[in-house]
Ligand binder design. Structure first.
Ligand SMILES: Cc1cc2nc3c(=O)[nH]c(=O)nc-3n(C[C@H](O)[C@H](O)[C@H](O)COP(=O)(O)OP(=O)(O)OC[C@H]3O[C@@H](n4cnc5c(N)ncnc54)[C@H](O)[C@@H]3O)c2cc1C
Length: 595
């Protein structure tokens, strides 16, 4: 078994863990971060992409609101290149409670969030696709932020300062001597062996999985996994973030992210943070509710749907007061979005471990600062925190611009070199990323946005797999390091298809099936060793004659029947919301609290 030695081991490579790593690095403390997978594959890769102004929490959760507006300002400065400065708006519809608007503006003022009331004409000038009738609109400094860009920059900065970050090294246990942890046992997935990392301190930043890591160390942490489903539309629809001016509830926010819009979200407690399944009914509800603010969304093309688990935490005192958490299946919007640092010395008699739980992506830097401010004096470190002022690499380029990638392609004259036309990813970018150590196509997706666009990797997947092969052919060391390209292709495509299963209908479902059939057939993805045309299309033929799925009504116009194809895709006619019977559509607005 190989071993490493450091001062602090940070568990979890989401935004919180990498922010802790960077904070330690800036204070000169040697540290190693480990994640069970690629960085940003937990909740930090499964969220809306909203740089909160805090306005969403201004009425019910002002502590979180204040944290958000402070960090909104800091991230705009230190991580400008990952921020899209699109602004945000809260719109009051005729069906909303006008009293909420008053509470909202008062809450924003009390929390220090700049808020400006807009006339209907001003609101429509900013957002031309808004509903015809709105009662009021308020502008706030919301923004968009790219979490993978943020994570990459923080890891790069921390590594440049001597720290180390290891992907695909899940923590599988701890070595303990009396009241101290002496080493963290990780499993190196690439090498297929366990490694020990000797250390003086452990920081548990495993988000929704913090309870499981706590269990391995023998400390109880009661996390509440709050699943949220989000829907990706095939274009942006809005110029800035559009929120409903009401208590946070399902389908009340539209966030423009790169070329798409993300609609959100549900908030339901699930027993397992790895439960990221999506119910088609949630997709319908999200689209219907967001279409009340921007009607054209109701007739738009849904690209995919996905879900993530909020790392929510209630202190034991609060749990006792309200008789426990929301309960499995319960709404988790009442749980505060603020964060808590757990010192396991005073709490559990484990002298050298801290956990950090709760919070928002927007507040990750502040979370790290609070934790390291408690940890540093115990290590004898007096260097103050500088993460709020030290720019991340790339931040001096200013805000991310939507047209930036196109400008780069034009400047480089690289049109003929595109691997992914939707996201404007070039062959050189793919080659450079592989040469820099990226081995999985899935990681290329997070690094370069490969496969995110309207074709959902139909055209780029095989080209990127080809680049992996070329690299392996040219370099014997790389060949040993790189995974079987066909396996990488299959994992990459499975992830794309998974997001489409509960979200696409009609002709789009047929197109997705055809893409699958082509890929499975040409690349023999099921490794049968032969091209099985009859088998490939058997599922499709079976689906053609299948009865309508139990959760899908036949369209009211008597057109194309609902279809279930090989139990993979559930479809009905194109223009789903428009063609569904009125009684089947979500009309009531669920009560809510915090999103
Ligand atoms: C639906 C939804 C929408 C959201 N929208 C927003 C928003 O718009 N704005 C905002 O600011 N926040 C938003 N959030 C909240 C935000 O995404 C999270 O608070 C944040 O990403 C949590 O980051 P984290 O680093 O604490 O957790 P994670 O990103 O989950 O990181 C934890 C890491 O620990 C790793 N890990 C787990 N077990 C182990 C182990 N045994 N060994 C090693 N590693 C392990 C995981 O792989 C993971 O990478 C949203 C959350 C959800 C669910």
């Amino acid at each position: 078994m190989t071993s490493l030695e450091t001062q602090v081991v940070v568990v979890g490579g989401g935004v919180t863990g990498v922010a802790v790593l960077r904070d330690l690095a800036l204070r000169g403390v040697p540290a190693i971060l480990v994640d069970r997978s690629d960085f940003g594959t937990g909740t930090s890769g499964r969220w809306h992409g909203l740089l909160h102004s805090g306005a969403r929490y201004a009425v019910r959760d002002q502590e979180s609101a204040r944290e958000c507006i402070q960090e909104n300002t800091v991230l705009r400065r230190i991580a400008a290149h990952t921020v899209e400065d699109v602004g945000g708006m809260f719109v009051l519809l005729p069906s909303d409670d006008p009293a909420y608007a008053k509470q909202f503006t008062a809450g924003c003022e009390q929390s220090g969030i700049p808020v400006e009331e807009l006339t209907a004409a001003e609101a429509r000038q900013r957002e031309p696709l808004l509903a015809d009738r709105i009662e009021a609109a308020f502008a706030v400094p919301d923004g968009g932020i790219d979490s993978w860009g943020l994570i990459r920059s923080m890891v790069a900065d921390a590594e440049a300062r001597g720290c180390l970050a290891l992907q695909r090294h899940p923590v599988v246990g701890f070595e303990r001597d009396g009241d101290r942890l002496t080493a963290v046992r990780v499993h190196d997935k690439a090498a297929g062996e366990d490694r020990l990392i000797g250390c003086q301190w452990v920081v548990n930043a495993a988000g929704a999985w913090a309870g499981r890591v706590g269990e391995l160390a023998g400390v109880p942490i009661h996390m509440i996994a709050g699943k949220g489903v989000m829907v990706v539309m095939a274009s942006r629809y809005v110029r800035g973030v559009v929120n409903a001016c009401r208590k946070p509830a399902d389908g009340d926010i539209i966030v423009p992210q790169h070329e798409v819009a993300i609609l959100g979200t549900t908030s339901v407690q699930v027993p397992d943070p790895d439960d990221i399944s999506v119910d088609p009914a949630d997709v319908d509800r999200m689209v219907d509710m967001c279409a009340q603010m921007v009607p054209s969304i109701g007739h738009g093309r849904v690209l995919r749907a996905f879900a993530g688990s909020r790392p929510l935490y209630k202190p034991p005192s609060q749990q006792a007061q309200d008789g426990g958490a929301a309960g499995s299946g319960g709404d988790t919007r009442e749980v505060s979005r603020t964060f808590t640092v757990l010192d396991h010395a005073s709490r559990d008699g484990l002298a050298n471990m801290f956990s950090i739980v709760g919070g928002k992506l927007t507040t990750c830097r502040q979370m790290a600062e609070h934790l390291v401010d408690q940890l540093a004096p115990r290590m004898g470190v007096t260097t103050p925190c500088t993460t709020a002022t030290e720019l991340l690499p790339g931040a001096d380029h200013g805000y991310h611009q939507l047209a930036g990638p196109l400008a780069r392609i034009e400047a480089e004259g690289a049109y003929g070199e595109l691997v992914c036309e939707c996201e404007l990813v070039t062959r050189d970018q793919v080659r450079d990323a592989i040469a820099a150590g990226v081995t999985e196509l899935e990681d290329l997706r997070r690094a370069l946005r490969l496969g995110y666009g309207p074709c959902q990797a139909a055209f780029c997947a095989w080209r990127a797999a080809g680049a992996l092969c070329e690299h392996a052919d040219a370099d014997a060391d790389a060949e040993a390091r790189l995974p079987d390209p066909r396996g990488a292709l299959e994992r990459f495509l499975q992830e794309r298809w998974r997001g489409q299963v509960s979200a696409v209908w009609g002709d789009q479902a047929r197109q997705t099936l055809l893409n699958q059939a082509i890929y499975r057939g040409i690349f023999d993805l099921e490794a049968t060793g032969e091209y099985d045309e009859a088998g490939l299309f058997a599922g499709l033929a079976a689906g053609e004659s299948a009865a309508p799925g139990p959760d899908r009504a036949a369209p009211a116009d008597g057109g194309d029947p609902s279809r279930r194809v090989g139990d993979e895709l559930v479809g009905e006619s194109e223009g789903r919301a428009a063609s569904r019977p009125a009684e089947g559509r979500a009309t009531s607005r669920p009560a809510g609290g915090t999103a």
